[in-house]
Design a binder for this molecule. Structure first.
Ligand SMILES: Cc1cc2nc3c(=O)[nH]c(=O)nc-3n(C[C@H](O)[C@H](O)[C@H](O)COP(=O)(O)OP(=O)(O)OC[C@H]3O[C@@H](n4cnc5c(N)ncnc54)[C@H](O)[C@@H]3O)c2cc1C
Ligand code: FES
Length: 305
């Protein structure tokens, strides 16, 4: 992806997330730098917060916790006895810098997450990181100040919503949320909402099916009447696409400009831009979505997933 490393004339890294890899290359004596390390973490608290939901607080080295505070931060977790093929990407919900711990919520689904569920409090867990590209359209969150934002989360999407919620709150934005507990059946982020959000609506976004019109009416009403500047969505891709369509309708009907950001749901294996597991092809242009930072609109158009 780095145009400088491809011997092109100018730097063209506007869509790259994280540090400048060309600078790292130069600082490393013009040699490729090592990939991210595996760290030994310790599970200090393991709590079942729903039938399929696991909340973990993990003690990690200070170096790592310090680098996981940004919205979009995530790590790969696995049991120390498992091979790297068991690495599972999980968003960092909260960091306690004093205690050097990270908090994550995991939905137990298949082989990788079931292995993590077998670990007990006090046991070691392998943590690879830091990674930062867990949000598409991140610049809209970073740049928004003194405005109104609508945040939508469904099910496990509540976990990655906390760091952007804090960032938006710290930048003096008014926050409205729509929370759908989803199949998980728990609104586990209520304490955070009490602190950081101004108005909360608890409703199903796919009640009687996404096309029923109920959610669409609620959404369009809020966006227009509260003069929402940014919509952030932590849900499955089919809901993200619907929300993007609603925004498009409003922009065309009312002549408004509304920014959009969402969680990055691409399947990831290495997180380093190497394995190609997260590849998205558009106009013959291949992007590694674990690293590519761009507007969701550009990414979802023509995206066949
Ligand atoms: C940046 C990022 C952050 C994430 N944060 C969270 C989180 O905070 N909490 C949480 O519960 N889940 C999170 N996920 C999803 C989580 O990684 C998958 O649910 C997990 O990998 C499933 O693995 P499995 O073997 O248990 O289930 P499987 O049976 O293998 O898969 C179940 C479903 O999980 C998804 N999935 C499987 N493998 C991957 C993969 N390597 N990368 C992404 N998705 C995959 C697929 O949609 C699949 O249908 C995140 C994914 C990404 C990319
Ligand atoms: S996850 Fe390996 S290239 Fe993106």
């Amino acid at each position: 992806m780095c145009s400088a490393l491809q011997d092109k004339d100018k730097c063209d890294c506007g869509h790259w997330s994280g540090v400048c890899i060309y600078q790292r290359f130069i600082e490393n004596g013009k040699k490729a730098t090592a990939t991210r390390k595996y760290y030994e973490g310790e599970i200090v608290k393991k709590e079942k917060i729903g039938p399929e939901l696991l909340k973990l607080i993990i003690k990690v080295p200070e170096y790592l916790s310090e680098r996981l505070v940004q919205p979009g931060s995530f790590v790969f977790l696995k049991s120390p006895n498992d091979k790297v093929t068991f690495d599972v990407p999980i968003a960092v919900m909260e960091v306690n810098r004093k205690k050097s711990t990270i908090t994550l919520v995991i939905k137990i689904l298949g082989i990788k997450t079931k292995r993590i569920d077998q670990l007990k409090t006090g046991e070691k867990i392998t943590v690879k990181g830091p990674f930062w590209n867990g949000i598409l359209g991140l610049r809209h969150i970073k740049n928004l100040k003194d405005s109104t934002v609508l945040v939508i989360a469904r099910g496990i999407g509540q976990a990655p919503m906390i760091p952007p919620l804090k960032e938006l709150y710290n930048n003096n934005n008014k926050i409205i949320t729509i929370i759908d507990k989803g199949k998980e059946g728990v609104e586990f982020i209520r304490p955070y909402l009490d602190r950081y959000s101004h108005v909360n609506i608890y409703t199903s976004v796919i009640d009687k099916g996404i096309n029923s019109g109920k959610f669409e009416d609620i959404f369009k009403n809020i966006v227009v009447h509260d003069k929402v500047s940014l919509v952030h969505c932590d849900t499955a891709d089919f809901i993200i696409k619907k929300v993007m369509k609603y925004i498009d309708d409003i922009e065309k009907e009312k002549g408004l400009k509304i920014d959009f950001s969402c969680c990055n749901n691409f399947k990831m294996a290495c997180g380093e831009g190497i394995c190609g597991c997260c590849t998205n092809r558009r106009n013959s242009n291949i992007k590694r979505m674990c690293k590519y930072q761009g507007d969701p609109k550009d990414i979802f158009e023509e995206c066949e997933r």
